[in-house]
Design a protein around this ligand. Structure first.
Ligand code: ZN
Length: 231
């Protein structure tokens, strides 16, 4: 993966068959991506990023304000996402083991003690997301190992700020962002294919996109969809 570093901001660079360079700041954390023509020099990309640095700062500030406003309190009525669908949270106070239950297609029921803190409520929901994503990945990874004829040595679900997934090619290890549990299945599958494909091609060049095209023809649309989600 290519990066340019501007001060303490690190920007991921994607090579694309395009004429003009462009830059986007993504919610919720203000991560930045540059799409650049395939042959553009990294120095020129860096210069471009520098000219945009004021704008980047402004954008990131806006996003910070936004995410503060939407901070979760884990009370009934809040919107929470699961597998790409929006649910309403219903907090049900009880003294047995804290847990989560889906109720139809509308409600996520959170069973907790009344005195449970916001942190504790968040943790229960996180554990539930993690277990669900884990199950999805346990099915998807062997499937795509076989199709792509690669082997993953180990993988892990982790909270990540700026990436949906990452691949350590040398150690054949893959990390998946816990936030994927909130996304539709095809988005999770795209990230699995993307990261496993890095075991064959490390960069995002032509060979890489050809590999994705051959195996997951709709990946560009899925990627766009994933990038535009507000967590
Ligand atoms: Zn990648």
């Amino acid at each position: 993966m290519e990066y340019v570093q501007i001060g303490d901001v690190s920007i991921e660079v994607f090579r694309k068959p395009i004429k003009n360079i462009h830059l986007r700041v993504y919610p919720p954390d203000g991560s930045i991506q540059i799409s650049a023509p395939e042959k553009m020099k990294l120095d020129s990309i860096r210069l471009f990023a520098i000219t945009k640095s004021e704008w980047i700062k402004k954008k990131q500030q806006e996003l910070k304000t936004f995410s503060r406003q939407s901070a979760r309190e884990y009370v009934s009525g809040e919107n929470h996402y699961f597998r790409g669908n929006r649910y309403r949270l219903r907090v049900i106070y009880q003294h047995t083991d804290p847990h989560i239950e889906l109720q139809g297609t509308q409600f996520i029921n959170l069973y907790v003690r009344r005195e449970a803190t916001i942190e504790r409520r968040a943790e229960i929901l996180k554990d539930w997301y993690r277990a669900d994503l884990n199950e999805t990945l346990e099915n998807l990874i062997p499937k795509w190992e076989e199709i792509l004829d690669v082997t993953v040595d180990h993988w892990k679900i982790q909270h990540m700020k700026t990436l949906w997934g990452s691949c350590n090619v040398k150690r054949r290890g893959i990390l998946f962002n816990l936030e994927l549990a909130k996304k539709p299945f095809h988005c999770i599958e795209y990230i699995v294919v993307h990261e496993l494909a890095h075991l064959i091609v490390q960069n995002h060049g032509e060979r890489f996109t050809a590999l994705l095209d051959a195996n997951l023809p709709n990946w560009r649309r899925t990627k766009e969809q994933l990038d535009s989600f507000i967590v």
